[in-house]
Design a protein around this ligand. Structure first.
Ligand SMILES: *[C@@H]1O[C@H](CO)[C@@H](O)[C@H](O)[C@H]1NC(C)=O
Ligand SMILES: *[C@@H]1O[C@H](CO)[C@@H](O)[C@H](O)[C@H]1NC(C)=O
Ligand SMILES: *[C@@H]1O[C@H](CO)[C@@H](O)[C@H](O)[C@H]1NC(C)=O
Ligand SMILES: *[C@@H]1O[C@H](CO)[C@@H](O)[C@H](O)[C@H]1NC(C)=O
Length: 308
Protein backbone atom coordinates (compact mmCIF):
# COMPACT_ATOMS: atom_id res chain seq x y z
CA UNK A 1 0.00 0.00 0.00
CA UNK A 2 1.22 3.43 -0.59
CA UNK A 3 0.87 6.55 1.42
CA UNK A 4 2.25 9.92 0.69
CA UNK A 5 2.66 12.70 3.12
CA UNK A 6 2.98 16.38 2.54
CA UNK A 7 6.49 17.65 3.03
CA UNK A 8 5.17 20.76 4.65
CA UNK A 9 2.92 21.06 7.64
CA UNK A 10 -0.02 23.45 7.23
CA UNK A 11 1.36 26.03 9.64
CA UNK A 12 4.60 26.11 7.67
CA UNK A 13 2.70 26.78 4.49
CA UNK A 14 0.83 29.55 6.26
CA UNK A 15 4.05 31.06 7.58
CA UNK A 16 5.45 30.95 4.10
CA UNK A 17 2.49 32.82 2.65
CA UNK A 18 2.71 35.41 5.42
CA UNK A 19 6.35 36.02 4.60
CA UNK A 20 5.43 36.60 1.01
CA UNK A 21 2.85 39.23 1.84
CA UNK A 22 4.71 41.17 4.50
CA UNK A 23 6.54 44.30 3.29
CA UNK A 24 10.25 43.61 3.27
CA UNK A 25 13.11 46.10 3.31
CA UNK A 26 15.30 44.99 0.48
CA UNK A 27 14.64 43.72 -3.00
CA UNK A 28 17.06 40.75 -2.92
CA UNK A 29 15.40 39.50 0.24
CA UNK A 30 12.01 39.66 -1.43
CA UNK A 31 13.32 37.73 -4.41
CA UNK A 32 14.89 35.09 -2.23
CA UNK A 33 11.88 34.67 0.00
CA UNK A 34 9.49 34.59 -2.93
CA UNK A 35 11.65 32.01 -4.68
CA UNK A 36 11.93 29.99 -1.51
CA UNK A 37 8.21 30.11 -0.92
CA UNK A 38 7.55 29.17 -4.49
CA UNK A 39 9.74 26.10 -4.06
CA UNK A 40 7.99 25.24 -0.83
CA UNK A 41 4.62 25.59 -2.52
CA UNK A 42 5.76 23.23 -5.25
CA UNK A 43 6.70 20.74 -2.57
CA UNK A 44 3.27 20.78 -1.03
CA UNK A 45 0.86 20.90 -3.93
CA UNK A 46 -1.76 18.78 -2.21
CA UNK A 47 -2.25 21.44 0.45
CA UNK A 48 -3.04 24.02 -2.14
CA UNK A 49 -4.67 22.32 -5.07
CA UNK A 50 -5.94 18.97 -3.82
CA UNK A 51 -4.04 15.76 -4.29
CA UNK A 52 -1.12 15.10 -6.57
CA UNK A 53 -2.02 14.09 -10.08
CA UNK A 54 -1.20 10.87 -11.88
CA UNK A 55 2.48 9.95 -11.50
CA UNK A 56 4.35 11.33 -14.53
CA UNK A 57 5.47 8.70 -17.07
CA UNK A 58 3.19 6.17 -15.43
CA UNK A 59 3.04 4.02 -18.55
CA UNK A 60 6.82 3.66 -18.74
CA UNK A 61 7.03 2.94 -15.04
CA UNK A 62 4.28 0.32 -15.00
CA UNK A 63 5.36 -1.48 -18.17
CA UNK A 64 9.03 -1.22 -17.16
CA UNK A 65 8.34 -2.71 -13.74
CA UNK A 66 6.42 -5.53 -15.38
CA UNK A 67 9.42 -6.42 -17.57
CA UNK A 68 11.71 -5.96 -14.62
CA UNK A 69 9.63 -8.39 -12.57
CA UNK A 70 9.85 -11.05 -15.26
CA UNK A 71 13.54 -10.51 -15.86
CA UNK A 72 14.78 -10.04 -12.31
CA UNK A 73 12.26 -11.11 -9.68
CA UNK A 74 10.84 -14.30 -11.16
CA UNK A 75 12.28 -15.30 -14.54
CA UNK A 76 9.97 -18.31 -14.72
CA UNK A 77 6.99 -16.02 -15.32
CA UNK A 78 5.68 -14.88 -18.69
CA UNK A 79 3.23 -12.02 -18.98
CA UNK A 80 2.14 -9.76 -21.78
CA UNK A 81 3.11 -6.47 -20.16
CA UNK A 82 1.66 -4.34 -22.94
CA UNK A 83 -1.64 -6.14 -22.64
CA UNK A 84 -1.70 -5.65 -18.86
CA UNK A 85 -1.14 -1.94 -19.44
CA UNK A 86 -3.98 -1.81 -21.97
CA UNK A 87 -6.35 -3.46 -19.51
CA UNK A 88 -5.26 -1.05 -16.81
CA UNK A 89 -5.75 1.98 -19.01
CA UNK A 90 -9.12 0.66 -20.10
CA UNK A 91 -10.19 0.32 -16.46
CA UNK A 92 -9.10 3.82 -15.47
CA UNK A 93 -9.62 6.25 -18.31
CA UNK A 94 -13.08 5.22 -19.44
CA UNK A 95 -14.63 6.02 -16.06
CA UNK A 96 -15.07 9.24 -14.21
CA UNK A 97 -12.21 9.64 -11.78
CA UNK A 98 -14.23 8.68 -8.70
CA UNK A 99 -16.09 5.82 -10.28
CA UNK A 100 -13.56 3.05 -10.80
CA UNK A 101 -14.69 -0.11 -9.00
CA UNK A 102 -12.81 -3.31 -8.32
CA UNK A 103 -14.84 -4.89 -11.12
CA UNK A 104 -13.27 -2.51 -13.63
CA UNK A 105 -9.90 -4.11 -12.92
CA UNK A 106 -11.12 -7.67 -13.36
CA UNK A 107 -9.72 -8.16 -16.84
CA UNK A 108 -6.42 -6.64 -15.88
CA UNK A 109 -6.01 -9.10 -13.02
CA UNK A 110 -7.04 -11.93 -15.29
CA UNK A 111 -4.11 -11.00 -17.51
CA UNK A 112 -1.69 -11.40 -14.59
CA UNK A 113 -2.44 -14.67 -12.77
CA UNK A 114 0.09 -15.65 -10.15
CA UNK A 115 0.53 -18.30 -7.47
CA UNK A 116 2.74 -17.99 -4.44
CA UNK A 117 4.50 -20.49 -2.23
CA UNK A 118 2.68 -21.53 0.95
CA UNK A 119 3.90 -20.65 4.45
CA UNK A 120 5.37 -17.34 3.34
CA UNK A 121 2.44 -14.94 3.24
CA UNK A 122 2.95 -11.85 5.36
CA UNK A 123 0.08 -9.47 6.16
CA UNK A 124 0.49 -6.25 8.07
CA UNK A 125 -1.29 -3.15 9.22
CA UNK A 126 0.35 0.08 10.39
CA UNK A 127 3.77 -1.55 10.53
CA UNK A 128 4.99 -0.76 7.05
CA UNK A 129 8.58 0.29 7.78
CA UNK A 130 9.26 -2.57 10.15
CA UNK A 131 7.54 -5.02 7.83
CA UNK A 132 9.92 -4.03 5.04
CA UNK A 133 13.03 -4.68 7.10
CA UNK A 134 11.53 -7.88 8.51
CA UNK A 135 10.78 -9.22 5.05
CA UNK A 136 14.20 -8.12 3.76
CA UNK A 137 16.20 -9.55 6.66
CA UNK A 138 14.43 -12.89 6.96
CA UNK A 139 14.25 -13.29 3.16
CA UNK A 140 11.36 -15.62 3.83
CA UNK A 141 8.17 -13.67 3.45
CA UNK A 142 5.92 -12.61 0.61
CA UNK A 143 3.99 -9.41 0.98
CA UNK A 144 1.54 -7.82 -1.38
CA UNK A 145 4.36 -5.66 -2.72
CA UNK A 146 6.20 -8.78 -3.87
CA UNK A 147 3.35 -9.82 -6.12
CA UNK A 148 3.38 -8.67 -9.72
CA UNK A 149 0.49 -6.27 -9.16
CA UNK A 150 2.00 -4.88 -5.95
CA UNK A 151 5.39 -4.51 -7.57
CA UNK A 152 4.01 -2.72 -10.63
CA UNK A 153 1.78 -0.21 -8.88
CA UNK A 154 3.60 0.41 -5.61
CA UNK A 155 3.70 4.12 -4.67
CA UNK A 156 2.03 5.28 -7.88
CA UNK A 157 -0.97 7.56 -8.17
CA UNK A 158 -3.44 7.64 -11.03
CA UNK A 159 -6.85 8.81 -12.06
CA UNK A 160 -8.76 9.51 -15.22
CA UNK A 161 -10.47 12.72 -16.26
CA UNK A 162 -14.18 13.21 -16.30
CA UNK A 163 -14.41 14.65 -19.79
CA UNK A 164 -11.32 13.59 -21.61
CA UNK A 165 -10.17 10.03 -22.14
CA UNK A 166 -6.74 10.09 -20.60
CA UNK A 167 -4.99 10.27 -17.25
CA UNK A 168 -5.27 13.41 -15.19
CA UNK A 169 -1.70 14.49 -14.55
CA UNK A 170 -2.57 17.71 -12.75
CA UNK A 171 -4.60 16.43 -9.80
CA UNK A 172 -6.40 13.37 -8.50
CA UNK A 173 -9.16 13.27 -5.89
CA UNK A 174 -8.28 12.25 -2.32
CA UNK A 175 -9.34 8.77 -1.24
CA UNK A 176 -11.77 10.10 1.31
CA UNK A 177 -13.77 12.11 -1.24
CA UNK A 178 -14.37 9.13 -3.52
CA UNK A 179 -16.51 6.09 -3.11
CA UNK A 180 -14.67 4.20 -5.83
CA UNK A 181 -11.21 5.69 -6.01
CA UNK A 182 -9.16 4.20 -8.86
CA UNK A 183 -6.08 3.64 -6.70
CA UNK A 184 -8.00 2.24 -3.75
CA UNK A 185 -10.03 -0.13 -5.91
CA UNK A 186 -6.93 -1.62 -7.48
CA UNK A 187 -5.28 -2.21 -4.11
CA UNK A 188 -8.46 -3.63 -2.74
CA UNK A 189 -8.67 -6.19 -5.51
CA UNK A 190 -4.94 -6.96 -5.31
CA UNK A 191 -5.22 -7.46 -1.54
CA UNK A 192 -8.19 -9.72 -1.94
CA UNK A 193 -6.45 -11.88 -4.56
CA UNK A 194 -3.42 -12.11 -2.32
CA UNK A 195 -5.45 -13.16 0.71
CA UNK A 196 -7.53 -15.68 -1.22
CA UNK A 197 -4.39 -17.46 -2.36
CA UNK A 198 -2.81 -17.56 1.10
CA UNK A 199 -1.92 -21.06 2.24
CA UNK A 200 -0.01 -22.84 4.98
CA UNK A 201 1.12 -20.76 7.91
CA UNK A 202 0.54 -17.07 7.45
CA UNK A 203 1.95 -14.22 9.52
CA UNK A 204 0.18 -11.02 10.52
CA UNK A 205 2.20 -8.10 11.83
CA UNK A 206 0.19 -5.62 13.91
CA UNK A 207 1.15 -2.42 15.74
CA UNK A 208 0.64 -2.60 19.51
CA UNK A 209 1.52 1.07 19.97
CA UNK A 210 -1.80 2.27 18.59
CA UNK A 211 -5.38 1.78 19.67
CA UNK A 212 -7.26 -0.55 17.33
CA UNK A 213 -4.18 -2.41 16.15
CA UNK A 214 -6.72 -4.65 14.47
CA UNK A 215 -8.93 -2.22 12.64
CA UNK A 216 -11.96 -3.43 10.74
CA UNK A 217 -11.56 -0.48 8.36
CA UNK A 218 -7.97 -1.27 7.41
CA UNK A 219 -7.16 -3.24 4.28
CA UNK A 220 -6.28 -6.21 6.47
CA UNK A 221 -9.45 -5.97 8.57
CA UNK A 222 -11.88 -5.19 5.79
CA UNK A 223 -10.57 -7.17 2.83
CA UNK A 224 -7.76 -9.59 3.56
CA UNK A 225 -9.13 -11.22 6.68
CA UNK A 226 -12.39 -12.03 4.93
CA UNK A 227 -10.49 -13.40 1.93
CA UNK A 228 -8.51 -15.95 3.96
CA UNK A 229 -9.63 -19.51 3.52
CA UNK A 230 -9.61 -21.67 6.68
CA UNK A 231 -9.21 -24.80 4.55
CA UNK A 232 -5.97 -23.66 2.93
CA UNK A 233 -4.53 -21.69 5.86
CA UNK A 234 -2.91 -23.89 8.47
CA UNK A 235 -2.08 -21.36 11.18
CA UNK A 236 -2.57 -17.61 11.46
CA UNK A 237 0.48 -16.51 13.42
CA UNK A 238 -0.14 -13.01 14.80
CA UNK A 239 2.81 -10.91 15.91
CA UNK A 240 2.06 -7.79 17.91
CA UNK A 241 4.92 -5.34 17.88
CA UNK A 242 5.19 -2.08 19.81
CA UNK A 243 7.61 0.77 19.40
CA UNK A 244 10.58 0.21 21.72
CA UNK A 245 9.78 3.39 23.63
CA UNK A 246 6.06 2.61 23.74
CA UNK A 247 3.28 3.45 24.11
CA UNK A 248 2.30 -0.12 24.97
CA UNK A 249 -1.38 -0.04 24.13
CA UNK A 250 -2.36 -3.40 22.72
CA UNK A 251 -1.10 -6.94 23.03
CA UNK A 252 -2.22 -10.52 22.49
CA UNK A 253 -4.28 -10.25 25.68
CA UNK A 254 -5.47 -6.72 25.43
CA UNK A 255 -7.52 -4.57 23.06
CA UNK A 256 -8.64 -5.17 19.51
CA UNK A 257 -6.33 -8.16 18.98
CA UNK A 258 -8.85 -10.09 21.05
CA UNK A 259 -11.50 -9.18 18.47
CA UNK A 260 -9.27 -10.53 15.73
CA UNK A 261 -8.75 -13.76 17.65
CA UNK A 262 -12.49 -14.00 18.13
CA UNK A 263 -13.08 -13.65 14.38
CA UNK A 264 -10.44 -16.29 13.64
CA UNK A 265 -11.94 -18.68 16.16
CA UNK A 266 -15.44 -18.27 14.84
CA UNK A 267 -14.27 -18.97 11.29
CA UNK A 268 -12.39 -22.11 12.33
CA UNK A 269 -8.80 -20.92 11.96
CA UNK A 270 -5.97 -22.16 14.13
CA UNK A 271 -3.89 -19.30 15.40
CA UNK A 272 -1.02 -18.23 17.64
CA UNK A 273 -0.22 -14.77 18.97
CA UNK A 274 3.20 -13.48 20.02
CA UNK A 275 4.09 -10.22 21.76
CA UNK A 276 7.59 -8.81 21.37
CA UNK A 277 8.96 -11.26 18.85
CA UNK A 278 12.72 -11.27 19.33
CA UNK A 279 13.66 -10.84 15.66
CA UNK A 280 11.38 -7.83 15.40
CA UNK A 281 12.85 -6.29 18.54
CA UNK A 282 16.39 -6.77 17.27
CA UNK A 283 15.46 -5.11 13.99
CA UNK A 284 14.11 -2.12 15.90
CA UNK A 285 17.21 -2.04 18.08
CA UNK A 286 19.49 -1.92 15.04
CA UNK A 287 17.80 1.34 14.12
CA UNK A 288 17.79 2.65 17.65
CA UNK A 289 20.54 0.95 19.70
CA UNK A 290 20.46 3.43 22.59
CA UNK A 291 16.99 2.40 23.72
CA UNK A 292 17.11 0.94 27.27
CA UNK A 293 15.13 -2.09 26.14
CA UNK A 294 17.87 -2.75 23.57
CA UNK A 295 20.55 -2.85 26.25
CA UNK A 296 18.91 -5.77 28.00
CA UNK A 297 18.27 -7.42 24.68
CA UNK A 298 21.95 -7.05 23.74
CA UNK A 299 23.07 -8.26 27.16
CA UNK A 300 20.95 -11.36 27.07
CA UNK A 301 22.18 -12.17 23.57
CA UNK A 302 25.79 -11.60 24.61
CA UNK A 303 25.36 -13.65 27.76
CA UNK A 304 23.79 -16.46 25.82
CA UNK A 305 26.48 -16.61 23.16
CA UNK A 306 29.28 -16.09 25.68
CA UNK A 307 31.59 -19.13 25.57
CA UNK A 308 32.40 -19.03 29.31
C1 LIG B 1 -20.45 5.22 -12.47
O1 LIG B 1 -20.43 3.94 -13.09
C2 LIG B 1 -21.71 3.36 -13.24
C3 LIG B 1 -21.52 1.95 -13.81
O2 LIG B 1 -20.43 1.87 -14.68
C4 LIG B 1 -22.56 4.24 -14.15
O3 LIG B 1 -23.85 3.69 -14.27
C5 LIG B 1 -22.65 5.63 -13.53
O4 LIG B 1 -23.36 6.51 -14.38
C6 LIG B 1 -21.27 6.21 -13.28
N1 LIG B 1 -21.36 7.47 -12.54
C7 LIG B 1 -20.66 8.54 -12.90
C8 LIG B 1 -20.82 9.75 -12.03
O5 LIG B 1 -19.90 8.56 -13.84
C1 LIG C 1 2.99 2.13 14.99
O1 LIG C 1 2.22 3.19 14.48
C2 LIG C 1 2.74 4.47 14.73
C3 LIG C 1 1.72 5.48 14.26
O2 LIG C 1 1.32 5.21 12.93
C4 LIG C 1 4.08 4.58 14.01
O3 LIG C 1 4.65 5.85 14.24
C5 LIG C 1 5.02 3.50 14.50
O4 LIG C 1 6.22 3.50 13.76
C6 LIG C 1 4.37 2.12 14.36
N1 LIG C 1 5.19 1.14 15.03
C7 LIG C 1 5.67 0.05 14.43
C8 LIG C 1 6.47 -0.87 15.28
O5 LIG C 1 5.49 -0.18 13.25
C1 LIG D 1 3.06 -23.42 11.57
O1 LIG D 1 2.77 -22.74 12.79
C2 LIG D 1 2.65 -23.61 13.91
C3 LIG D 1 2.24 -22.77 15.08
O2 LIG D 1 3.04 -21.65 15.22
C4 LIG D 1 4.00 -24.32 14.13
O3 LIG D 1 3.88 -25.22 15.20
C5 LIG D 1 4.40 -25.08 12.87
O4 LIG D 1 5.68 -25.63 13.02
C6 LIG D 1 4.39 -24.13 11.67
N1 LIG D 1 4.64 -24.88 10.46
C7 LIG D 1 5.43 -24.42 9.48
C8 LIG D 1 5.55 -25.28 8.28
O5 LIG D 1 6.02 -23.34 9.58
C1 LIG E 1 24.38 -10.27 31.24
O1 LIG E 1 25.66 -10.18 31.89
C2 LIG E 1 25.92 -8.94 32.47
C3 LIG E 1 27.37 -8.97 33.01
O2 LIG E 1 27.64 -10.21 33.60
C4 LIG E 1 24.93 -8.67 33.59
O3 LIG E 1 25.18 -7.45 34.22
C5 LIG E 1 23.54 -8.67 32.99
O4 LIG E 1 22.55 -8.52 34.00
C6 LIG E 1 23.26 -9.98 32.22
N1 LIG E 1 22.01 -9.83 31.54
C7 LIG E 1 21.07 -10.76 31.52
C8 LIG E 1 19.82 -10.43 30.79
O5 LIG E 1 21.21 -11.84 32.07
Amino acid sequence: MYKHTSLLRPNEAARCVTTMRSPTPSAPFVTISVTLCFILLLLCPDRLRGELGTTPNIKHIVVGRCYSYMALVDPSLRYDCEDIWRQFEEAVVRQSSCNVTVAHYRQMFEAMPQTWPCDRFLFWSKTRTLMHSYAAVTGHFWTLEDTLAGYMFNDLIWCGQDEDTGFDFSSCPTWSTCRNHPVYSLWRQASQNFAERACGNITVLLNGSIANAFNRKSMFGSVELDGLNPYSVNYVNIKVVTNLEGPFIESCRHGSILDLIQVLRSRGFRWTCTDNDQTLMILQCIQNPKQPSCQSCANSLLNRSSPI
